[in-house]
Design a protein around this ligand. Structure first.
Ligand SMILES: NC(=O)c1ccc[n+]([C@@H]2O[C@H](COP(=O)([O-])OP(=O)(O)OC[C@H]3O[C@@H](n4cnc5c(N)ncnc54)[C@H](O)[C@@H]3O)[C@@H](O)[C@H]2O)c1
Length: 254
């Protein structure tokens, strides 16, 4: 799918690896100019090199957990004078039970997932509005239901979906669409980190595969393809939606 992306400028946060990188690659292949954000200059440069470089790729390094990080990423992405697409993908996910969730843990999850997503949209609006652009907030199936021992992440992702709806309503009169994507478990580096932390990676992966009625994890590439569809003119009548692409996990249990 390439229609509608030529000359569009897109910012993808957390694009150094995982789903963010896959979305950046898919948008780039669809013809967009893509700004890749991640925490460090090096991770942005590495990701751009993996995409082959060229003048349709922009480094937009900034730590989104810092006060001016979100505005800085938007400024770097919009340096050519336009920004049409914003994908808020960056996240952290460290599972902890309630008693072990201290202020720093809570604040990190809320600041990267929720606060930074709000601030990037706020900073991008002067460029998104004239072009009737669109925003995709990468939430999670865990924005739609909960699991134990992950209260900070689950709370932030539920908040991100609420924010998506609030922004969609406020920005609809200006033609700016805001949607949320709710993936099930993907085979990304984040998943690998969680699996390694568990002490038994094979059992961890198998449990997650069983947890999805379709019996497997998703690839970041298949989720990225769907994200591009949501950002395309094919989804022009869609705003304020939280779309699950989760192998059936939020529909029920086998
Ligand atoms: N992996 C899964 O199974 C899964 C499932 C549902 C939803 N999600 C969501 O999908 C998105 C991508 O997940 P992933 O698995 O690719 O994660 P990942 O950890 O592999 O990648 C996240 C990226 O965000 C970056 N990032 C983190 N904090 C940042 C900050 N402060 N500033 C800038 N960049 C920062 C990281 O450096 C990394 O490159 C996240 O929003 C995640 O919550 C993932």
């Amino acid at each position: 799918m390439t229609a509608g992306f030529e000359d569009k400028v897109a910012l993808v946060t957390g694009a150094g690896r995982g789903l963010g990188f896959a979305i950046a690659r898919a948008l780039h292949e669809a013809g967009a100019i893509v700004a890749l954000n991640d925490r460090t200059e090096q991770s942005c440069a590495d990701a751009i090199a993996r995409l082959g470089g060229g003048d349709r790729l922009i480094a937009a390094a900034a730590d989104l957990a810092t006060g001016d990080g979100p505005a800085c990423a938007v400024a770097l992405a919009g340096a050519r004078g336009r920004l049409d697409i914003l994908v808020n993908n960056a996240a952290v996910n460290v599972e902890r039970p309630i008693e072990a969730t201290d202020d720093a843990h809570w604040d990190l999850h809320l600041s990267v997932i929720l606060r930074a997503s709000f601030l990037t949209v706020q900073a991008a609006l002067p460029m998104l509005k004239p072009g009737r652009g669109c925003v995709l907030n990468v939430a999670s199936e865990l924005g739609l239901h909960a699991i134990a021992n992950n209260v900070a992440y689950v709370s932030a992702k539920h908040g991100l979906i609420a924010m998506t709806k609030a922004m969609a309503i406020e920005l609809a009169p200006e033609g700016v669409r805001v949607n949320a994507l709710c993936p099930g478990t993907m085979n990304t580096e984040l998943m690998r980190d969680c699996a390694n932390d568990s002490g038994d990676p094979d059992a961890y992966y198998a449990a997650f595969a069983r947890y999805h009625p379709l019996g497997r994890l998703a690839s970041p590439e298949e989720i990225a393809a769907f994200a591009v569809c949501l950002l395309s003119p094919a989804a022009a009548f869609m705003t304020g939606a939280a779309v699950a692409i989760d192998g059936g996990s939020t529909a029920g249990r086998l």
